[in-house]
Write a protein that binds this ligand. Sequence first.
Ligand SMILES: Cc1ncc(C[n+]2csc(CCOP(=O)(O)OP(=O)(O)O)c2C)c(N)n1
Length: 760
Amino acid sequence: MPYFEVRDWVGKLKPSPPRRGAIEEYCGVDRETLKEMYSVMVLARRIELEEKVLLRKGLCRFFIGCGGKELIDVVAAHLLHPDDPFVGYYRNKAFDLYRGVTIEQKILEAIGDRRSSSTGGMLQPSHSSYPELAILPQASPTGSHALEAAGLGEAIENPTPITGPIGIKGGRYRRDSIVFCSIGEGSTSSPEFHRAVFYSVYNQTKNIFGIYNCGWAISTSVNEQFPEGNPTTSFEGFKRFGLLIEEFDGTRIKETLSAFKRMVEYVRDSRGPALANINVVREESHSGSDDQSHYMEPTLQLYHIEHDPLRETAKTLIDDGLFAPEELVAIFDRTDDDVKRVTDEVVAGYQRKSYDDVVGKVYSYKHDTAEERWRALIRERGGSRAGRYEELYKRGLLESADLPENQPPMTLRKAINYSLFDIFMLSDDTVLFGEDVADFAAEVFAKGPEITDKLRGKGGVFLVTKGLQRTFGPERVYNTQLDEAGILGRAQGHAYQGRVPFPEIQFIDYMSPAYQQLKDRIATIYQRSGGNVRLPMVIRTSYGGYKQGAGAMWHSEANLGTFINIPGLHVVVPSNAADAAGLMRTAFVSGDPVLFCEAVALYNRNDWDGYKIAAKYPTIEELIPFGKAKVYNADARDILIITYGITFSMTMKAAQALAEKNINARAIDLRTVKPIDWDAIEEAVKECSKVLVVSEDRFYGGVGPTISAYIANNLFEYLDGPVRIITAQDARVAYGSDGDEICLPQINRIVEVAVELVGY
Ligand SMILES: Cc1ncc(C[n+]2csc(CCOP(=O)(O)OP(=O)(O)O)c2C)c(N)n1
């Protein structure tokens, strides 16, 4: 019901005399607090009225309301501790206001003002981010946030002390914190939600999932989503493992208070997580672009009006004699004045976003800052490395007692393994998890050295993480369930708690289930929080073909174009052992999410047909900046070949063959394909004027065409011929060595195209 209609309706209610003992029915909440709760509910509704007015004036561009959910919001905000983290969705205005968000901030959100401390005006209204009030940044993809809540529950429960700086304002949540996640009932159909509840049960974390069930997900009814129209039925079996399931009417204050209190006590007592199916109503349509009168039967429309919690709550409070109708009406009037006054002030000072406000808030990485972080760690702990490596050698966990930089050239696999050892030694605030990454399953590890010392252990399907669990323990290095979305989704929770997670996606081919977490949640965090929240993490994944025919369709992907198209994500592709170590260190201290792509075909090779891949491990001080390519044969001018990853070694082999034909090829190894070192490309194009791009990615939307487009766009006048590109075929890699040969770039083709281009 619209604001002033509710006000008038409340004003017409019959006053009741005070009833003895009535207040005791409100779970210990006193009269003043009830007034405060009701005031916030009214305020939320009034701000929404203002949003609609601003919408009509063209100042607000989108409306999505919390009408009908105000009561459960204020009850939850009241019964939780103010620093319990909240992972909410776009219907939680009243929760925010109860926690202390101001009218001014809500209006700034509505008009997308750059001054909004929540999002810097980046997001549609009602997508909050107030980390200082333990309200974590929201995003629009429904359901996806639940995994973050489960991950944060796990991160809080993880007993490993965190010694580094607090990740976000208000972060480093206390051990007894409850993570509250709210969600619409339709969104609980998402696999992410199911997995999130599962994880909270499996890990016995302090999570409450509140399903705000208004019966409709836009125009899809709850009966079209669940048997018996009940979103909790599929979780019944989890009761056996401690899941508390509550069902209550979130439009009735006493029922809501007592049910939510039960959940808070149960969860805070570590008896298990809780899940609630909460009946709420939809005060208006789904959003400003929906009209529920088109598909909702009139009787049901009436039900949603009559069960408006602003009405229900007022009636209960008045019937119990706690308030006179005019006292509550006075709240409406006062609130009306406040919102009008603040809105006028905010709108008068409206500030548009500048280009830098938006584009400058996509990446937080600055190499100097990253380097300073790394140096500080070395200053603090670097001196103990030698002793620790010796000790690990004595325990039989390493093949050498020497520091890695004092060892002979090593393979990519070994260099990455050592890089992880180094990073985990230098910082306690790191966790590594994924499918098969641990040396042992948790139950085997728990049996102790008597058993594990007799086994070689696993440590990743390519043994890249070997020995890490044995060294750093099962709380920092552990296997996860086979669930890519779960791996990346939960990593965010760990980052919120102040650790730098190293989630592993076993093969980039299997990133697809995690794509939404990566693209929409992880990579957007810095921008969507207006530059206030960072989620540093190193997402390691194996990639690429050239596996002597073994890779085939689902173990050969090198589709990095898919990932460079994600704003906010750095994409790193080392082509040799030394670069892998330098880039891994930068990834760790970059402050941003990084996709670290490891070429399986290079893991264990010392060379590629004689071209050396094994390299000396760099000294511990060395970092390689992102966006800094390496130029080979820098004096050559006949042709420039730009490449990265596996095809870099092949390019160098091709360059040898070209040299025999008196063609001097310069090569650029990009090392990071996001960012790309345009300066290095520019300099080389100017000097070479013939350009070939070799990319294991496919043509459509791939890395190669991106580089070619840049050159065509910016450096055309320096060219002496077309930019040629060699890419993978527009096919998935077929099985067998013939499959590799047909589908992927080959050395002889590089030579052939280079010769043709030089002669152009
Ligand atoms: C992953 C995803 N799919 C689709 C949408 C479009 N969408 C936005 S809200 C919504 C309905 C959500 O309904 P429900 O979860 O019941 O929450 P309610 O809005 O009713 O509170 C849909 C389909 C989206 N935002 N995200």
